[in-house]
Design a protein. Structure first.
Length: 154
């Protein structure tokens, strides 16, 4: 009896140790600071492509691919000025797991959307609006595999 209980406890701990731990933090990917990024989906790209614009020869798009040449990693679309990003997404095994839209003319993210590998909202979702006197208001909604958790404001 003691052996079966010990075996059961050992089995539970081994399953829990192999489960993927979700972690959302600020991560630098490429040249961009991505807030509330799902680092549990981060992979090193096999190759990086940078495309410059014809107008000003500055960076227009940045994207990472896997060894098969498929989108796997970060994609960034720059604004026409070639300095500030407009949109960023992160693809993991063919599914977009992170999206970020930036304020115009800024490197500050306006909206963040996190999904899991099943394309379901998962993790912190952030919406920011500019204040009249400077700065921004932030609303954070947290999902766990599609189920909403209580919302709070900063």
């Amino acid at each position: 009896m003691k052996k079966s209980v010990l075996l059961f406890i050992l089995l539970i701990f081994s399953i829990a140790s192999f489960a993927q731990k979700k972690n959302y933090t600020t991560k630098i990917v490429g040249n961009w600071k991505l807030e509330k990024f799902p680092v549990h989906y981060f992979i090193s790209p096999a190759k990086v492509f940078k495309e410059n614009t014809a107008q000003n020869h500055r960076l227009g798009e940045y994207h990472e691919v896997d060894k098969n040449g498929e989108a796997n990693g970060l994609y960034v679309l720059m604004r026409a000025n070639g300095i500030n990003p407009s949109y960023a997404s992160y693809t993991y095994k063919g599914v977009i797991v992170y999206r970020a839209n930036f304020f115009p003319g800024s490197n500050i993210i306006q909206k963040i959307q996190n999904m899991n590998s099943d394309d379901i909202l998962d993790g912190p979702q952030i919406e920011r609006t500019l204040k009249d006197g400077g700065g921004y208001n932030e609303v954070v909604t947290v999902y766990v595999n599609g189920d909403i958790k209580p919302t709070y404001k900063k």
